[in-house]
Design a protein around this ligand. Structure first.
Ligand code: NDP
Ligand code: NDP
Length: 314
């Protein structure tokens, strides 16, 4: 397939794996890139030396392009950027912050920059900052989320209308059918997170992968809107936060409940009770752990099949 996104990244299919803390290390990123999509190392949970190790292992495991996601609120962001430049990573996906801060520097080193947004207004800001493309991520998505609760169905056409750079759709996409829908709305690629958490190569704990499979429709909810909105599985930790929110707990109280390293505890160490489990609504449709290649192949085959089915109506 050929469009602005496949050309920009030099990839076969416009299927991008989301950068996800504790779940997307070098193994998943290289497997997705080797399958013809774009793999992303999620650096938000990695100490600087760990990121360096993952980039080097990814380079050894694939000759194809891959990217690193940097949440701009990461405490040692300067070190991550330095590593990315030194190790000649070709593509960066930035999120959770102002794209003005790092885009020019990354571009100076020939690195392509994509920024993740949750509204048409932020998409325009990202375009003004000079990014090469945006990921428009809707309310269905797992993990960090926009405050406005704009769903993918509404967000994608709005963002496509607001900017001239290519748009990558994210949030609620885990199948070829959803990919086709997103492209009908104007996106030129999709970014997929939850489906790849439940993959063989993901570094998520086995318990978390099993939870993704068992989570049904309505099994997740946006939480902690007062701090940083995040979509979580409704486990005991989520319920504790929900109760506190209901009684009008202050931001400080919520921070105290959250504590430190909850995401690691849940997603990497597999504590399903006390841990934070970040996953999208679409977990409700995922019922099997497959390899990254099987996932990419399945999505691409379904995308083409559905295109034909719909063309048959006309
Ligand atoms: P491996 O798959 O071989 O990772 C094994 C390493 O992970 C071991 O050194 C072990 O450290 C550590 N580890 C295992 N279980 C846990 C746990 N429950 N909590 C914390 N650390 C654990 O190599 P990789 O190349 O995949 O990983 C290299 C490094 O990257 C490791 O340090 C790993 O923790 C980290 N990583 C980070 C991810 C992230 O998103 N931040 C994702 C994947 C890996 P030890 O024997 O010292 O306990
Ligand atoms: P916490 O403050 O609760 O904990 C920090 C976690 O990050 C710890 O588990 C720690 O590992 C790890 N870590 C890696 N590098 C550093 C560093 N340089 N300094 C301190 N801690 C580090 O944060 P969260 O777990 O809630 O979030 C961690 C990061 O992930 C944040 O940067 C956040 O923005 C990002 N994030 C990104 C999301 C996304 O969708 N891309 C979603 C949620 C969070 P250890 O326990 O081994 O010390």
């Amino acid at each position: 397939m050929k469009n602005r996104i496949t050309e920009l990244f030099g990839i076969e299919y416009p299927i991008i794996q989301a950068g996800m803390i504790w779940c997307s290390g070098w193994e998943l990123a290289s497997a997705v890139s080797n399958a013809g999509g774009l793999g992303i190392i999620g650096s938000g949970s990695m100490y600087p030396d760990v990121l360096k190790e993952h980039i080097r292992k990814c380079q050894a495991a694939t000759t194809k392009p891959f990217a690193v996601n940097i949440p701009l609120i990461y405490p040692d962001i300067d070190k991550h950027v330095e590593t990315i430049i030194e190790e000649q990573v070709p593509i960066v996906f930035s999120s959770a912050g102002n794209p003005k801060t790092w885009t020019a520097k990354l571009h100076e080193h020939g690195i392509k920059v994509v920024h993740v947004v949750s509204s048409a207004k932020f998409a325009q800001k990202a375009e003004a900052a000079g990014v090469d493309a945006v990921v428009a991520e809707g309310f269905e998505a797992g993990g960090h989320n926009g405050r406005e609760e704009t769903t993918t169905m509404v967000l994608i056409p709005g963002v496509c209308q607001a900017v001239n750079i290519p748009v990558i759709a994210a949030g609620g996409i885990a199948s070829g059918k959803a990919m086709l829908a997103a492209m009908a709305l104007g996106a030129e690629a999709v970014q997929i997170g939850s489906r790849f958490v439940a993959s063989k190569e993901s570094s998520a704990h086995q318990n978390f992968k099993q939870t993704v499979i068992e989570t049904g429709e309505g099994g997740t909810q946006l939480s902690l809107k007062q701090l940083t909105p995040v979509r979580l599985v409704k486990n005991a930790f989520f319920n504790q936060v929900a109760k506190a929110e209901l009684r009008g707990a202050s931001s400080d109280e919520l921070k105290e409940i959250l504590g430190r390293a909850r995401a690691k505890r849940g997603m990497f160490e597999g504590d399903l009770v006390e841990g934070e489990l970040e996953i999208g609504q679409v977990a409700g449709t995922i019922n099997q752990v497959l390899s990254a290649k099987e996932i990419v192949d399945e999505i691409w085959a379904e995308f083409k099949q559905e295109q034909k089915r719909i063309a048959g109506f006309i």
